[in-house]
Ligand binder design. Structure first.
Ligand code: NAI
Length: 281
């Protein structure tokens, strides 16, 4: 039986994943603002450091996997908080936990992204790049320039950045080479307290309810947790840097022809250089 760290373990999809892991006989070190083995605030540098320290102590330096589900929805006037929890709350914590994940030789990590990554329009690329460069203040400046529509744009920016971070890191010697399988899950609208809060926020209910979902309705958090457990299982041994959409078809509805996409002609030189450098490793 394994030892797993689960952030956001007190509610919604993180709680369902933690409950299912425990029911399967695993040990779960939950991290959350309340009702968790490790009570910590992932929105601050100090909170993230304290969380990492306590998880590392609780697991004795060896983790079989992690689920990064703590997150803030598209909350009005909370741009800074959204970026701190949804991006840095994943990246900083995973960087600190990486040696413990590497120690078991076959760890699996699931980062909870969102289908807002591909379905929210007009997300400024500069904000995403600023996050990936670790510059939260610059990302906030770009996002605040967007005004009242900002919560969903800030949320999507945080999830695009964290998905790209996953894809960039997953393939490196430090992650893939250390036996860690790092992947992301991109849910659509799932009926959790986060979505309930969105449905109760003036101006957001209509937008959420009118968003196209080809299979209709909202997703079930237990089913999403089942996907997480599958991505933590041996079945994920060959899964690396993938973003799995479980969203009732919204991404396919808006973006059917956008991907998979062939390597663009302007990228062929970079592609050949990458091939050469890989063959030397
Ligand atoms: P939820 O609100 O039920 O659970 C999120 C958990 O994260 C809560 O227990 C909360 O206390 C914790 N959390 C928030 N800020 C924290 C902080 N500063 N430090 C530590 N813990 C903190 O939400 P849900 O829906 O289960 O969300 C899980 C993940 O799924 C989030 O990353 C969310 O962005 C993502 N997601 C949710 C969707 C939905 O429709 N519910 C859709 C797509 C993605």
């Amino acid at each position: 039986m394994g030892v797993y760290a689960v952030t956001g373990a007190a509610s919604g999809m993180g709680k369902q994943a933690a409950d299912k892991l425990r029911a399967a006989g695993h040990t779960v070190i939950g991290v959350d603002l309340r009702e968790a083995e490790v009570v910590a605030d992932l929105s601050t540098t100090e909170g993230r450091a304290a969380a990492a320290e306590q998880v590392l102590e609780a697991c004795g330096g060896r983790l079989d996997g992690a689920v990064l589900a703590a997150g803030i929805g598209p909350t009005p006037r909370a741009t800074q908080l959204i970026l701190q929890v949804n991006y840095f709350g994943v990246v900083d914590l995973l960087e600190a936990l990486r040696p413990a994940l590497a120690a078991t030789g076959s760890a699996k990590v699931v980062v909870v992204s969102s289908n807002s990554t591909t379905t929210v329009p007009a997300v400024p690329g500069a904000a995403v790049r600023a996050l990936l460069a670790g510059n939260a203040a610059k990302a906030v400046r770009w996002l605040r320039a967007f005004g009242p529509g900002a919560p969903s744009i800030a949320y999507a920016a945080s999830k695009i950045a964290v998905s790209r971070w996953v894809r960039r890191q997953a393939v490196t010697p430090e992650w893939a080479g250390a036996g860690i399988r790092l992947n992301a899950l991109a849910p659509g609208a799932i009926m959790t307290p986060l979505l309930e809060r969105q449905l109760a926020t003036p101006g957001q209910e209509k937008a959420v309810r009118s968003f196209p979902v080809p299979v209709r309705g909202f997703g079930d958090p237990g089913q999403l947790a089942d996907w997480m457990l599958f991505m933590l299982s041996d079945a994920a041994e060959f899964l690396c840097g993938s973003v799995i959409f479980v969203d009732g078809g919204t991404d396919a509805y808006f973006r059917a022809d956008d991907w998979p996409r062939a390597v663009p002609a302007r990228r062929v030189l970079g592609y050949l250089l990458r091939m050469r450098s890989f063959s030397k490793t």
